[in-house]
Design a binder for this molecule. Structure first.
Ligand code: ME8
Length: 519
């Protein structure tokens, strides 16, 4: 099938502020989005996967100033660090957008002009509380003065400062009813429900117009027609999702094919920007709305918030080095129901690595493949008639694809993996019960059948686990004699492993965690 015959699927991560270094929270979002993109590719979709860096705004300007370099020097240096983190995590993005890219300026100015032409932008004076950390404005009632005499945002606990300047405003108040109608018409616009409900209540309490430009610094996209102002960073940041598919050229092949986005994957701290401001901007500009905003939770190290001052910020690359890439990817997607907050610690990761991966998956593969190597001439054996036990296991494995599709379509990664590992658990029990090593002496045909069934389950599981663990599953599919290409696409789940397929000598795919201190 050519790309144009496939169904398009457009998915995005949030774009990260490159003012610090990437941490596990960022890695989590990249991994989840990547797993989703890979899943859709394997399921025959034409995928566009966008990620990148959010390079404007006061926070970047201030960080650069502290370091004694220009904002551009800062973002040029750090964008490379974020790109390297994507590489280390095996992220298969189609474009890494930087909001300092030239085409992004054009897109941001184009959407601004559309909103202005629609009568939604006016010039006034802004007075209120601004959090540089959040790049967000807060109402007085959303802030509190603490014992240290400093005023903070109640929601995010970040310092706010009084800001008074001339500013352009976006008529957000005019969109309250339209947004509520959207949420009603598209009940899965925001997910999971509990986080979406918070957004809906916020809108129901009433929306104020939004200040969308700044005059006190110049690190941003100039406002069309008034170069004293730069755009509020969130206006340009959100527009990245349009730039990525060719906006403002709405007639381009790419835009027509991929817009509106299928899923924006974001963290819980930025749900308002994505589920309120963003659809309002798009409605104003006369553009179609994304189909879904998937809001994930926050990851905490041992239940403790990650922070530079606590010294518990773990670099994704260090994590990968310690546990292995696929192990890290599997751990986060299996351990934490996507949408909920989650915690990670060494014991939990080692637990999953050793029990789910090394024992339930790796051992079953190694035991069955070594038996085949020794007893079946190194090729997939020919099965005899299937018993009820064989058929039950094969049916369970065959049903996994529909199950995984349903779960992935809602970004319920842990549910998909749980279902796959339940089948692996049952297959381990089946293998132990059938005891092919005993059958080897008593009933070779039956041994062949049991080994065949086991290899078939492993094939299906390896195919379906590819989006989460691309490296190890590729090695297992090699060991199962399944060449790259169609044999590894989800369409192949409906076929059966062919008897007689020659198999290379098996090598263990999922190592147990070895403590470097004890090694
Ligand atoms: O918010 N656990 O950038 P950012 C899980 N530039 N996810 C986390 C996390 C944690 N501990 N900490 C942060 C921005 N994230 C804007 C986005 S999009 C048009 C602009 C998530 O670098 C966070 O929720 O602060 C967000 O989705 C992403 O990491 C980037 O955060």
């Amino acid at each position: 099938m050519t790309a144009s015959e496939k169904t398009p699927f457009y998915i995005t991560t949030a774009i990260t502020y490159p003012n610090g270094v990437p941490h596990i929270g960022h890695a989590y979002e990249y991994i989840a989005t990547d797993a989703m993109a890979r899943f859709k590719r394997l399921d025959g979709y034409d995928v566009m996967f966008l990620t990148g860096t959010d390079e404007h705004g006061m926070k970047i300007a201030q960080t650069a100033e502290k370091e004694g370099i220009t904002p551009k020097e800062l973002v040029d240096r750090n964008a490379e660090i974020y790109k390297a983190a994507h590489e280390a995590l095996g992220i298969t993005y189609d474009r890494f957008i930087r909001t300092t890219d030239e085409d992004h300026y054009a897109a941001s100015q184009a959407i601004w002009k559309k909103m202005e032409a629609n009568g939604d932008i006016y010039l006034d004076k802004y007075e209120g509380w601004y959090s540089v950390r959040d790049e967000a404005f807060y109402g007085e009632d959303e802030t509190v003065v603490k014992d240290d005499g400093v005023r903070y945002s109640k929601e995010t606990d970040t310092e706010v400062t009084w800001t008074a300047e001339e500013s352009y405003f976006f008529r957000l108040s005019a969109y309250q009813d339209k947004l509520l109608a959207l949420y009603e018409a598209q009940p899965e616009f925001g997910a999971p429900q509990s986080r979406f409900n918070e957004v809906i209540s916020f809108v129901k309490r009433g929306l104020e117009d939004l200040s969308i430009s700044r005059t006190t610094f110049d690190w941003g996209v100039p406002v069309p027609g008034n170069s004293n102002h730069v755009m509020y960073v969130w206006v340009d940041a959100l527009t990245n999702y349009l730039t990525g598919v060719g906006y403002p050229d709405v007639d381009s092949e790419k835009f027509r094919r991929f817009w509106p986005a299928d899923v924006h994957v974001i963290g819980k701290d930025i749900s308002r920007f994505h589920a309120i401001y963003w659809p309002a901007f798009l409605l104003s500009a006369g553009l179609e709305l994304p189909k879904r905003v998937m809001i994930h939770g926050f990851l905490h190290n041992n239940g403790v918030k990650m922070s530079k001052s606590l010294g518990n910020v773990v670099a994704p690359a260090d994590f990968v080095e310690q546990y292995g890439l696929d192990q890290v990817r599997f751990f986060f997607l299996r351990e934490v129901p996507f949408g909920a907050d989650g915690s990670y610690n060494h014991e939990a990761i080692v637990g999953r690595m050793n029990s789910d991966l090394a024992n339930n998956f790796g051992n079953l593969a190694q035991r069955s493949l070594s038996m085949v190597a020794k007893n079946c001439g190194g090729a997939v054996p020919t099965p005899g008639a299937f018993t009820d036990a064989d058929t039950a296991i094969l049916e369970q494995a065959g049903g996994l694809l529909d199950n995984a599709r349903a779960a992935f379509d809602k970004q319920e990664f842990s549910r998909a993996l749980e279902a796959i590992w339940a089948v692996l658990g049952d297959t381990n029990a089946y293998f132990a019960e059938q005891a092919p090593w005993v059958l080897r002496k008593t009933d070779v045909e039956r041994m062949n059948t049991v080994l065949y069934v086991t290899l078939e389950v492993l094939r299906i599981v390896a195919i379906l686990a590819q989006p989460v663990m691309p490296g190890s599953t590729a090695r297992l599919l090699d060991a199962l004699g399944q060449p790259e290409g169609d044999a590894r696409q989800f369409g192949a789940v409906a076929t059966r492993i062919a008897a007689g397929t020659p198999l290379p000598a098996p090598a263990p795919v999922f190592p147990k965690y070895e403590d470097p201190a004890e090694a």
